[in-house]
Design a protein around this ligand. Structure first.
Ligand code: ZN
Length: 350
């Protein structure tokens, strides 16, 4: 079967290859791959920065923002042939740590988890894949063209859950949220904020292309002014940071309101030093009961929440979030960024 693969840690090894059909032992569901979303992690895998092939394989099938249709499912699995499905990406440790043993592999403590399309498990950019029904979520059938957006939606579903749990330590009735970065994470996080009836604000550098209109069509406000000005004007009670950009993070931490919950979801590179008045920052965080939380990945609960959020979203808005659809064979195009990209998707045909 055809699949998009890399030799992990080897630059320019990205290629569509004929790969062995998935082994039955990998899971009770046999799934026909429909599409995968391409994200920064895939670009880093293609650049040879990291990646781990399954044992006994030189190549790793990439693609973790998967979408497929069940081809074969045993009766007791709860799934039927034809179901639209997404598999979770991260799998618990073979010998689980406490968090993994409790179904919270997104909170894994020892790093021994595996991840489809990234770490020791093949991904979903393939004509067929096998997964376990207990690690799979069914999508509303009307999400066939946009269901690959579930994985990035789970990341923000988890971020929103962190907001609820941290906020719930005291009286909490937020009215406004600022999302920094208007890529898929910022857009989908804003979509959930709008579904919650909040006053939603999204900040990004760009002033043209599809991002401002996508935000406006959620009933949210788009900003491209300097971040500190936006923070002073909007006074958000929640900040979901998705850029990983040091000046944005610094401003979000320094210019926050009392009880602000800041969820950091963007990953920055080490070595970006900046000067921060840590005394003032600590003083503000303590005296204002501020909270800064890191959040990554998602567990089954967040996949279910994400699937509900997508099912409740406007289909044409979701369609416009996918700015390019590229057939698997033309993967080079998909991996060549264009200025107006929001989410690029690879389509997999039989
Ligand atoms: Zn673990």
């Amino acid at each position: 079967m055809r699949a998009l693969t890399v030799v992990p840690m080897q630059k320019d090894s990205l290629a569509v290859q004929d790969m062995p059909a998935p082994d039955e032992g990998l899971g009770d569901l046999l799934v026909q791959g429909l599409a995968v979303g391409v994200c920064g992690t895939d670009h880093e895998l293609a650049s040879g920065l990291y990646g781990w092939a399954p044992e006994g394989s030189e190549r790793l099938i990439i693609g973790h923002e998967g979408l497929g249709r069940v081809a074969e499912a045993p009766d007791e699995s709860g799934f039927n042939a034809g179901d639209l499905v997404v598999s979770i990406v991260r799998m618990p440790d073979p010998e689980p740590c406490g968090a993994c043993a409790h179904g919270e592999w997104d909170m894994c403590r020892n790093g021994k988890y595996t991840e489809h399309g990234i770490k020791q498990l093949h991904g979903f950019a393939a004509e067929r894949w096998r997964v376990q029904s207990k690690h799979t979520v069914r999508l509303d059938p009307s999400l066939e063209s946009v269901g690959m957006l579930l994985e990035p939606t789970t990341v923000v579903a988890k971020a929103w859950e962190q907001v609820d749990r941290v906020g719930g330590r005291g009286w909490f009735d937020p009215k406004s949220v600022l999302l920094t970065g208007a890529g898929p994470i910022g857009q989908l996080g804003a979509m959930i904020g709008a579904q919650r009836g909040l006053d939603v604000h999204v900040l990004d550098q760009v002033t043209d292309g599809p991002k401002p209109q996508l935000v406006a069509d959620l009933g949210a406000t788009y900003h491209s002014e300097p971040v500190d000005e936006v923070l002073k004007k909007v006074k958000p009670e929640i900040v979901i940071e998705g850029t990983g950009a040091v000046p944005v993070i610094r401003a979000a931490l320094q210019d926050s309101q009392p009880y602000t919950i800041t969820v950091l979801t963007g990953i920055s590179n080490p070595g970006k030093e900046t000067s921060v008045d840590l005394g003032a920052l600590n003083r503000d965080l303590v005296l204002d009961n501020g909270a800064v939380v890191g959040s990554v990945n998602a567990n089954l609960r967040h996949y279910e929440a994400g699937a509900k959020a997508l099912a409740a979203a406007d289909r044409s808005w979701l369609e416009r979030l996918v700015t390019r659809r590229v057939p698997l064979e033309k993967f080079d195009d998909a991996f060549t960024p264009q200025p107006d990209d929001v989410k690029v998707v690879l389509t997999i045909a039989d």
